[in-house]
Write a protein that binds this ligand. Structure first.
Ligand SMILES: NC(=O)C1=CN([C@@H]2O[C@H](COP(=O)(O)OP(=O)(O)OC[C@H]3O[C@@H](n4cnc5c(N)ncnc54)[C@H](O)[C@@H]3O)[C@@H](O)[C@H]2O)C=CC1
Ligand SMILES: O=C(O)CCC(=O)C(=O)O
Length: 432
């Protein structure tokens, strides 16, 4: 049984997972050292002229983690809790996940410590442009390619891409992905994270002999990743019995319909107040309101974590009653909680595999921008399905063969690829 409790520091907790991998796949000493630290961490101050004429300065970061396989790749988060430690950890997970699905990228992540809900649209645009001006020297299609993450979206990516073009005095669409299609964004990118997660769930479920219509889901989060996952899972026949956002949760044993919930949310209706059903809108019969975190302890087949990191931890892991966990968020289960779930034989489909749909389609956007092509949405989705099914199968089969968790199998697959590349580049001085 695991003895160690959660690490106090998110980054220490995340990289503690490397130790098991290093032992299992005999990673060279030099590669181990290289993998424990980011290549570059840049802190910036982003001054923003507010609508009332005052000036506010927001702290921001961009971190590049191991660029051996290719340029740094990863999203930008706008959130009041962003810190250098969080961005560094997210860039580490990006490096691992890009390698797990065999993309020619290293890890990158950016963030600004800000509550974007308190900014006007023009203030948000000034912040987005200011952030790009601050990190432009380390960006570019062969260096570091940002994309959306929490509280950023195609509109924000469009402003950022426009600002980068101004600085570069030319069109450089491959410098940022997740743009609106009119600015060179790939069709299919908006739904890609949710779509990818559903492929991973489907593949696992079919190997387990589990049918969608016999499978209940509780979904934490109702943002970009969660909504598209919920919409597509509902279409496939999975029964979504609960959803939550940062303010609360709702439950219906009959199953909830994601589209009316999103329509209501778009009209500023609060999720936990949607407990009615009338002629104009019906998300389900018999909807109950729950406390936000009650969702985590529901007795469902699959608990889907699609909000933020550190949601299942040493203080609540004992309350998780789901039969399996699907991680769409980055790092939603701490390493201690993960070991507890493994000991209880609760399978976890890990973030570094399950949420790679977004970065895979970002890669397709970068390829399209560089080649001047535009692919139909069907082609993007077909390529996404093919890559994810192939790479997921490798992970699931490895887990079975080596009798380890899916997370350990995914980490072994990713770290093996990065470590091999580090060695092939001739950077290793190890005498082994
Ligand atoms: N957008 C993307 O393409 C990708 C996102 N991810 C990860 O997925 C997660 C969600 O990202 P997005 O959907 O893009 O962000 P988003 O900003 O669109 O949505 C976040 C959602 O989480 C909810 N939330 C926040 N705290 C919560 C809590 N304590 N309990 C329940 N709900 C809570 C918010 O209300 C919102 O509905 C993040 O961990 C992100 O890093 C991972 C891969 C790609
Ligand atoms: O689309 C991308 O490049 C990265 C998306 C992202 O930030 C993530 O996978 O966590």
């Amino acid at each position: 049984m695991p003895g160690q409790k959660d690490h106090a520091n998110l980054f220490d907790d995340a990289r503690s997972r490397l130790e098991e991998v290093f032992e299992a796949i005999h990673v060279h000493g030099d590669a181990r050292e290289r993998l424990k630290q980011p290549n570059l961490a840049m802190q910036v101050s982003v001054p923003v002229r507010m609508d009332d004429g005052s000036l506010r300065v927001f702290p921001g970061w961009r971190v590049q983690y191991n660029n051996t396989l290719g340029p740094a790749k990863g999203g930008i988060r706008f959130h009041p809790d962003v810190s250098q430690e969080e961005v560094t950890t997210l860039s580490f997970w990006m490096a691992v996940k890009c390698a797990v699905v065999d993309l020619p990228y290293g890890g990158g992540k950016g963030g600004v410590k800000v509550d974007p809900k308190r900014l006007s649209k023009l203030e948000l645009e000034r912040l987005s442009r200011g952030y790009v001006r601050a990190i432009a020297d380390i960006m570019g299609p062969d260096r570091d390619i940002p994309a959306p993450d929490v509280n950023t979206n195609p509109m924000v990516m469009g402003w950022m891409a426009d600002e980068f073009d101004h600085l570069a005095r030319g069109k450089v669409p491959a410098a940022i992905t997740g743009k609106p299609p009119a600015l060179g964004g790939s069709l299919g990118r908006v739904a890609a994270t949710g779509r990818g997660a559903l492929h991973v769930l489907d593949l696992w479920a079919s190997r387990e002999g589990r049918k969608p219509e016999e499978t209940t889901l509780a979904i934490q989060g109702f943002g970009n990743a969660a909504y598209h996952f919920a919409r597509l899972a509902h279409e496939r026949g999975y029964r979504i019995v609960a959803v939550s956002d940062s303010q609360g949760a709702i439950y219906s044993r009959d199953g909830l319909a994601p589209d009316p919930i999103m329509e209501q949310k778009t009209q500023h209706q609060r999720l936990h107040e949607m407990v009615y059903c009338d002629d104009s809108v019906c998300i389900a019969e018999n909807v109950e309101k729950l406390e936000r975190d009650e969702l985590l302890s529901l007795e469902v087949d699959i608990l889907v974590l699609a909000a933020l990191e550190n949601q299942v931890h040493e203080h609540n892991v004992d309350q998780v009653q789901a039969g399996a966990v699907l991680e769409i968020a980055n790092g939603p289960v701490t390493s201690y909680a993960d070991e507890q779930l493994e000991a209880r034989r609760v399978p976890v489909l890990p973030d570094v595999l399950a949420n790679t749909g977004g970065v895979i389609v970002s890669y397709y956007e970068w390829v399209q921008n560089r080649s001047g092509e535009r692919w139909a949405e069907e082609e993007v989705n077909a390529r996404l399905a093919e890559r994810l099914e192939y790479q997921s199968r490798l992970v699931l089969e490895r887990a079975e063969r080596e009798e380890i968790s899916y997370r350990k199998a995914a980490y072994r697959q990713g770290i093996e690829r990065i470590a091999d590349a580090i060695q092939l580049r001739g950077n290793c001085q190890d005498s082994e």
